[in-house]
Design a protein around this ligand. Structure first.
Ligand code: C2E
Ligand code: MG
Ligand code: MG
Ligand code: MG
Length: 291
């Protein structure tokens, strides 16, 4: 595409060509400065975790998913969709991921001090490159021990594509982590190509139905059929199912009828900073949001 654009620019004359090159240069500059700023943020651990509640059928809080944010002086709070891909290609996801695991375990450690939060689980997203680091298992184990948390409260969210990269390494790493005692959730489930045959080899605790199936579940019968298939696969494998991106009571009702037992989405809460998350738990006590 760039080649075609250059060709047209040449036809239009020298000035246009120079102008086009300037555009290209701008893109390269923005990318380079963003990468430079991301490196500085990594050095200073200048990130925040937001927390989105996960609830059971009675709308009681079971735990949360930790979602990273990058506070940027010019761009405000940068969402992970905007910088995680850059972090992945530059390898910066490795130190970022380490910070996420450490911060999540520290938070679980804090939660242990309060009866209101003691039993809540915390899910963190794990990138492929992070999962493939030879010291990943040691890292997770060290963080769990350092903060003296029950390991089963930490849930690692993995994606189908991550798991399929190298089945032998995947099974070995997951088995070692299972010994540590952490849980596994298969994130964005349904968007990849996992077979039952493949999935039964993995020590998964939860399937997380991708929000793309939840979005139109009340109007699109094939989405409903896919959700039902995922749930029956999960039941066969004795795996819990959580639906993500639940925005309406109608979606929740239908998911419930399909056999889904855990829910996450704007219907309950958007991702919020920890002080807001804890305030929400306290405020909602009368609304039965906590166990
Ligand atoms: P994900 O793990 O699938 O997270 C779900 C995303 O959906 C989050 O976006 C969340 O804010 C959003 N969401 C939750 N409920 C609803 C809803 O009801 N409706 C809609 N439309 N969206 C909802 P977010 O926070 O922007 O994160 C995007 C993705 O970035 C995550 O997708 C995950 O893949 C990645 N990510 C986030 N934090 C981390 C992290 O710490 N490490 C890594 N490696 N990736 C992360
Ligand atoms: Mg996730
Ligand atoms: Mg997801
Ligand atoms: Mg998703």
């Amino acid at each position: 595409q760039a080649g075609i654009a250059i060709h047209h620019a040449k036809e239009a004359g020298r000035n246009t060509l120079r102008f086009f090159n300037q555009d290209m240069q701008d893109i390269i500059n923005v990318r380079a400065s963003l990468e430079h700023e991301l490196r500085i943020a990594v050095d200073k651990s200048h990130f925040e975790l937001y927390y989105q509640v996960q609830v059971n059928a009675a709308k009681q809080a079971l735990g949360a998913e930790a979602l990273i944010r990058w506070p940027h002086r010019k761009h405000g709070l940068v969402s992970p969709g905007k910088f995680i891909p850059l972090a992945e290609v530059t390898g910066l996801i490795v130190p970022i991921g380490r910070w996420v695991v450490e911060t999540a375990c520290a938070q679980l450690g804090e939660w242990q001090k309060d009866a209101l939060t003691r039993d809540l689980s915390l899910a963190v997203n794990v990138s492929a490159l992070q999962f493939r680091q030879s010291d990943f298992v040691t890292q997770v184990q060290a963080a769990v021990q350092r903060h003296a948390i029950p390991p089963s409260l930490l849930k690692l969210e993995l994606t189908e594509s991550l798991l399929q990269e190298d089945i032998d390494i995947t099974v070995a790493t997951m088995t070692a982590l299972k010994e540590v005692g952490v849980q596994f959730s298969l994130d964005d489930f349904g968007t990849g190509y996992s077979s039952l045959q493949y999935l039964k080899q993995l020590p998964l605790n939860q399937f997380k139905i991708d929000q793309s199936f939840v979005r139109d579940i009340t109007t699109n019968s094939s989405d409903e059929a896919i959700v039902k298939t995922i749930i029956s696969m999960a039941q066969t494998l004795h795996i819990e199912v959580i639906a993500e991106g639940v925005e309406t009571e109608e979606q929740r009702q239908l998911l419930l009828a399909c056999g889904c037992t855990v829910f996450q989405g704007y219907l309950f809460s958007k991702p919020v900073p920890m002080d807001e998350f804890e305030a929400m738990l306290r405020d909602d006590q009368n609304m039965d949001k906590t166990l």
